[in-house]
Design a protein around this ligand. Structure first.
Ligand SMILES: Cc1cc2nc3c(=O)[nH]c(=O)nc-3n(C[C@H](O)[C@H](O)[C@H](O)COP(=O)(O)O)c2cc1C
Length: 197
């Protein structure tokens, strides 16, 4: 798969098979993230690669409980509102029960923290597509990075005191008949372009 093909056919996967991701594939994905460009070549993005089932369940439960405790406000971002509502109703696994979740953290106060982490996330999602694996960018842990129970748990998994969660990405085999992720190209109606020739 060439790069443009990987870009054109990458779509978010939100239903995963339980099967683990092979170690060599996972390492390739992580390396793709580590090779991403970063401001001033800072290389300060931390990759917390969680594939332990108990840890995934625990973090999903802590996150869901934290969302359930949130007060719904008028100006709440619509994606956050839907997850808060789902968690108030019962258990909702923010990572869609994917077998792997990679949490991307970076230094608190570093101006390129988010940009660096998102470059890494994108590289990893494209590499996953090349390897026939599904992926989904997930904001939940970024929203909960200051929430004490989530933060304490992530600290146990290696999050530094001076670090903040920028993003996370779920990975795994898509739960489709052929096991391949949905690759139907999305219709782009926004993203205006101005060519100044
Ligand atoms: C910054 C960002 C945050 C996102 N957060 C979530 C999320 O928390 N949960 C989720 O299911 N998808 C999330 N997504 C995935 C988007 O919903 C998805 O990329 C978009 O709908 C386009 O669909 P596609 O990825 O299939 O092309 C996020 C994507 C980005 C870039």
């Amino acid at each position: 798969m060439d790069v443009y093909e990987a870009i054109k056919t990458r779509r978010s996967t939100r239903k995963f098979k339980k099967e683990p991701v092979a170690r060599d594939a996972l390492e390739k994905i992580v390396e793709a993230g580590r090779l991403a460009p970063c401001g001033g070549n800072s290389q300060s993005t931390r990759f917390i690669v969680i594939q332990n089932g108990e840890a995934l369940r625990e973090i999903a439960e802590l996150a869901c409980n934290a969302f359930a405790r949130m007060e719904i406000t008028d100006n709440m971002y619509k994606s956050m509102l839907s997850i808060v509502k789902a968690c108030k109703k019962g258990f909702f696994a923010f990572h869609y029960d994917a077998p792997v979740l990679i949490v991307l953290a970076n230094k608190i106060g570093y101006g390129n923290a988010m940009a660096d982490s998102v470059c890494a996330a994108m590289n990893m999602m494209l590499e996953a597509n090349e390897l026939d694996l599904g992926s989904c960018y997930i904001n939940s842990l970024h929203w909960l990075t200051e929430e004490p129970t989530v933060r304490e748990y992530l600290t146990k998994l290696g999050l530094g005191e001076d670090e903040t969660v920028c993003a996370s990405v779920a990975f795994g085999t898509a739960d489709t008949t052929d096991g391949l992720p949905n690759r139907n190209q999305r219709k782009i109606t926004g993203n205006p372009v101005n060519y100044i020739d």
